[in-house]
Ligand binder design. Sequence first.
Ligand SMILES: Nc1ncnc2c1ncn2[C@@H]1O[C@H](COP(=O)(O)OP(=O)(O)OP(=O)(O)O)[C@@H](O)[C@H]1O
Ligand SMILES: [Mg+2]
Length: 594
Amino acid sequence: MPPEERTTTAPPPPPASGRRARWRVAEHTRASCTTVVANTLCTLLLVLLLVAGVVLFVVWLSLRPHRPRFAVVSFTVGLIGRFGSSNKRTINILQNVSGIIKPSRMTLLLGPPSSGKSTLMRALTGKLDKNLKVSGDITYCGHTFSEFYPERTSAYVSQYDLHNAEMTVRETLDFSGRCLGIGARYDMLAELARRERNAGIKPDPEIDAFMKATAVQGHKTNITTDVTLKALGLDICADIIIGDEMIRGISGGQRKRVTTGEMLTGPAQALFMDEISTGLDSSSTFEIVKYIGHLVHVMNETVMISLLQPPPETYNLFDDIILLSEGYIVYHGPRENILEFFENAGFRCPERKGIADFLQEVTSKKDQQQYWYHDQERYRTKMPSGTISDGTKFLGALTFSLITILFNGFAELQLTIKKLPVFYKHRDFLFFPAWTFGVANILLKVPVSLVEAAVWVVLTYYVMGFAPSAGRFFRQFIAFFVTHQMAMAMFRFLGAILKTMVVANTFGMFVLLIVFIFGGFLISRNDIKPWWIWGYWASPMMYSQQAISINEFLASRWAIILNDVNGNLDAKKACAVALKLHRKYLKKIQGKKP
Ligand SMILES: Nc1ncnc2c1ncn2[C@@H]1O[C@H](COP(=O)(O)OP(=O)(O)OP(=O)(O)O)[C@@H](O)[C@H]1O
Ligand SMILES: [Mg+2]
């Protein structure tokens, strides 16, 4: 078909009147207007959302704490405890931990696993878990955490390596340097140069060159990063990605160094490094610690490093040692004095033993005994029992308890005398029969004696190491209760008959002296002359002394008397041996007889 024909076959436009055409134009204009308005509105909405997002982000940024720089000189650490969350069990992680860490000193934190090293470091950098209950103070130059921003002043190098796997080593260190706020130090250097000029100081050319190099602006990487990379031996892998379990990157030991370097590029003046040697060989550890040591001494920084097993040459780089054990600080002081400290406590480091290993083992219960060097003295502080000389110590402890209980009754003397005038008045006016006053006084003192004896026995019985038996514990308690009652009755009686304080005090002390002398401890019964043995039988202390001594020494642990620690044979054993020899001798003689 020819094209002309096709054109002619298309339906012709309907003839439109002028009104309908105008309506169509209006319709078309309205539709396009609506589209334009809708588009504009959408764009506006998007822009608004974007602006709101930016504003919110800026507000959030401005509300975040601004962190000024703060110089560290020293700080003190207080007590830290913990409340368990789910089962409400309380674990004390650090107990009564206190100390001062000085700048320009590198401190080694040593301690067995779970002794609280990481917790102490986290506490010092204000990074403790929220579920831990903390008490005490941590101050930097006397300022508490609420007065400044510890994140800027101190840096905690975690024992775990957490990094962006895709970033290279150099990028990671650069990023941390910039984020931590050092940047290019051009302004700082300009100010320094001005001050030096004014003061007429000529800077050391090498240091000056280094400082100028660190201040160069516009470069992608900072010279501080290069120095840190070199010092940590990371220059060989500077442009390799860090990697993780899925992406192969640098080695574990190198990752550990990146964790350390990340914080070293920052401006923090106090560095707390947790087990930075894990995965490193001893020579790398030595090099890193040596570099940090230079930083500490040149830049006046404060550094605490925890290492599990530092090699001897690394150990010798430290100025101070903190030894933690089961949440307590066992030693905190100069490295040079630590062996002397333990030697005074009875533990000696063998000649060929590494000091750090010795320190780890001497604080552990199972390894400690091998280092005890006092052969004559017992290793444990428990009061030994079994020999006659041990017995005299226990007898002394018992007598001390008895004297304390007797003295406690002395207060009754003054109390009685104070009450006498009122009692006489009431008695003379026939308020009550006199015996009722006496009985009330006796009965009211029973609970006092019970409490007094209970407190004493509970506090001392197991601490002093008396026979570990519940029956003996209660018998001692009863003996002390009765003794206290006796002491109060005696002093009440003296108060009642002596009536005035001065006479009662003088005479009371004299009576106490007599009671002691005849009590059977100061002078033994066999040494008392027959003409004053009545004093022995009349002394109430003697009965108490007998009761508590029998109670203790009839315990089974005293049944087999051992040799004295000095090698002296006890009497019982000596007799047995003598009898045996005697019988042998008799047999021999009888055998020789015809
Ligand atoms: N947030 C916490 N919640 C519960 N227990 C905790 C918490 N922090 C620490 N602990 C407990 O405190 C104790 C000391 O932990 P910490 O990590 O300080 O020991 P460490 O000396 O660093 O040990 P390691 O040498 O193994 O790293 C551990 O028994 C640990 O379980
Ligand atoms: Mg730890």
